[in-house]
Write a protein that binds this ligand. Structure first.
Ligand code: ITT
Length: 193
């Protein structure tokens, strides 16, 4: 039995396939199954949303599912955009999201932030979660054109001066919230596959 990754975000799929490349976990994507509906995300926590997405897809497919809910928490903004990271700006696109973040932080010295990723595995009578975090700071201008979302503005503590958008996917996965969460997946699947 394979594990269905309940996401429509192709960047997440690319990263996770690479993170799991040297494990026994075999992923099927929603695109592979022709499933086009968008799972709801109405919780105010990453864990709640990850469980909601995985439950929703499991209920419709009967397949063991894993979902990822992730986002950026900025201390000076009281943790925003947080679970609303995708729809932070009215346009809900990376360019406007990054510009809004820069404008909200204009003149603010405290740039401490973190990416968080909670994964949830849902199957018959099973619900398990794990989290990964990546601590860092928000840059003063966009840097690099790799990755996705807020990557051009995020300077991880492990790679000072370089944004996640300036790292190879392997280097990003080594330190990222998603890498740290999905490397826990084989243990989370203990006894299930
Ligand atoms: P699915 O729900 O279909 O998985 P999504 O893009 O809607 O895809 P989320 O609800 O988890 O995913 O929102 C995550 C948002 O947080 C994402 O759109 C980015 O804006 C941001 N984000 C998460 N991980 C990121 C990363 O590794 N690099 C940059 N931005 C990231």
């Amino acid at each position: 039995m394979k594990l269905l990754f309940a996401t429509h975000n192709r960047h997440k799929v690319e990263e996770v396939l690479q993170i799991l490349a040297h494990t026994d976990v075999q992923l099927v994507t929603l695109a592979d199954t022709g499933f086009t509906e968008d799972p709801p995300e109405t919780s105010d926590t990453f864990e709640g949303n990850a469980l909601q997405k995985a439950r929703w897809v499991y209920e419709r497919t009967g397949q063991l599912c894993v979902a990822d809910d992730s986002g950026l928490e900025v201390d000076a903004l009281g943790g925003r955009p947080g679970v609303h990271s995708k729809r932070y700006s009215p346009e809900a696109l990376p360019g406007p999201n990054n510009q809004l973040l820069l404008s909200e932080l204009a003149g603010i010295e405290d740039r401490v932030a973190r990416f968080r990723c909670v994964i949830a595995v849902v199957g018959a009578g099973v619900e398990r979660t794990a989290e990964g975090r990546c601590e860092g700071r928000i840059a003063h201008a966009l840097q690099g054109d790799g990755g996705f979302g807020y990557d051009p503005l995020f300077l991880a503590d492990e790679t000072p001066g370089r944004s996640l958008a300036e790292l190879s996917m392997d280097d990003k996965n080594a330190i990222s919230h998603r890498g740290r969460a999905f490397r826990k997946l084989p243990d989370l699947l203990e006894g299930l596959l």
